[in-house]
Design a protein around this ligand. Structure first.
Ligand SMILES: *Cc1c(COP(=O)(O)O)cnc(C)c1O
Length: 380
């Protein structure tokens, strides 16, 4: 019995939805894409949603829509998947990493503020915080910092559909709702909450950004607001865009997966609760701020003999994972000058972190086995 760190949950309902789309008129972008976008926007509480072929494309579209230019500087966290930073590099922007909070593992507001204040006015253009492991960033605080310095915010919410935080008005702010960030980005890779094979969603409350995201998704081609019109066939390519479309087949799956997400997040939280009860006072795990609800893409613990634990778990067919190798230490980033980045909390975290199995269909006996093996290792 092999236990992975994460896995998708597909049932007959999902399979039926895909099969019926295969028998319908549209395979690529059609009515299912529109339906998925509308349902997803309603789910997170945003005005607009744009479906894309993966979240990396979604992040790229986001920086394009926000008008990122060559040399523009953007701040993100080193503890994320490389794509959160790469989207800036696609447009030849500069990535600046700020450190994480050692307890929540999220991009530290203080660290970002210090970085901004150490530079002249107007030095930075935007911030990309990540709802790491499913834990929502307090975007209200990031927004007030961003407003002081005229910065945009892209919320990388790939880990966090269904997560939320409570703001200072006691209002629930769901990840990706666009109330504090300009744009939110989600992934539908199979290890994430909602599995489409590949897929992503970009959410916003801005009509202007929504139009740009839609335009860049399809080659920059449109039939709206044209300078000329030669007839029914006519279209214009108004920007240099891409083909980042999602298919109707994937969207059909996305819709049925989305319907199960609330239940999945509840199950993830039940699993987290059991881990916490077992590890409390023995093993350090990601802390939960009082005003936040963690969607729990991951359950991360910290141990000093991390490699030994990783190998020991593998011997027992428990396939834990490491999230993440700090982005600034990846060869590409080192090569372009991030060698001496002073990100102590991120590097210390990386030396100890390990993600334990976390997915809705993880069985009770399986989790108990994981807990037993971790404690056996810790106790020698
Ligand atoms: C998975 C992930 C991405 C990229 O998602 P894809 O859909 O695979 O392109 C970006 N950011 C974070 C934080 C992720 O976990």
């Amino acid at each position: 019995m092999a236990i992975p760190y994460g896995r998708q949950y597909i049932d007959d309902n999902d399979i039926e939805a895909v099969v019926s789309t295969l028998k319908a008129d549209f395979l690529t972008q059609g009515p299912k894409v529109k339906e998925f976008e509308e349902k997803f926007a309603a789910y997170v509480g945003a005005k607009y949603a744009v479906a894309v072929n993966n979240a990396t494309s979604g992040l790229h579209l986001s920086v394009l829509a926000l008008g990122l230019q060559e040399g523009d500087r953007v701040i993100t966290t080193p503890i994320t998947f490389a794509a959160s930073a790469n989207c800036v590099r696609f447009e030849k922007g500069e990535v600046w990493f700020a450190d994480i909070d050692p307890d929540t593992y999220l991009l530290s507001l203080e660290s970002v503020e210090k970085l901004i204040k150490s530079k002249p006015k107007g030095f930075f253009k935007g911030i990309i915080p990540v709802d790491f492991a499913g834990l929502p960033v307090d975007l209200e605080k990031f927004r007030s910092l961003a407003d002081k310095h005229n910065l945009w915010i892209i919320e990388d919410a790939c880990h966090a559909p269904g997560g939320y935080f409570i703001d200072s008005n006691h209002t629930k702010q769901r990840c990706g709702n666009g109330n504090y960030a300009d744009i939110g980005v989600f992934s539908f890779h199979p290890v994430k909450h909602i599995a489409c094979g590949e897929g992503g969603m970009v959410t916003t409350n801005s009509e202007e950004l929504y139009k740009k995201l839609s335009l860049f998704r399809t080659h920059g081609i449109t039939k709206e607001a044209m300078q000329e019109n030669h007839g029914g066939w006519f279209y214009e390519m108004q920007e240099l865009g891409y083909n980042y479309r999602l298919t109707d087949i994937q969207s059909a799956l996305g819709i049925t997966q989305l319907n199960k997400n609330d239940q999945g997040v509840i199950q993830r939280n039940e699993i987290a609760k059991k881990y916490k009860e077992a590890f409390k006072g023995i093993v350090k795990f990601q802390s939960l701020p009082e005003n936040a609800y963690n969607a729990h893409h991951l359950f991360v613990i910290e141990v000093t003999k991390r490699k030994e634990l990783y190998d020991f778990l593998r011997e027992n067919k428990i396939f834990a994972q490491i999230h993440y190798i700090p982005v600034h230490t990846l060869p590409y980033y080192k090569q372009i000058g991030y060698d001496n980045a002073n990100l102590i909390h991120a590097e210390n975290y990386y030396s100890k972190c390990i993600s334990l199995p976390m997915y809705p269909s993880l069985k009770n006996e399986e989790q108990e086995f994981v807990i037993k093996k971790v404690l056996e290792f810790i106790n020698g």
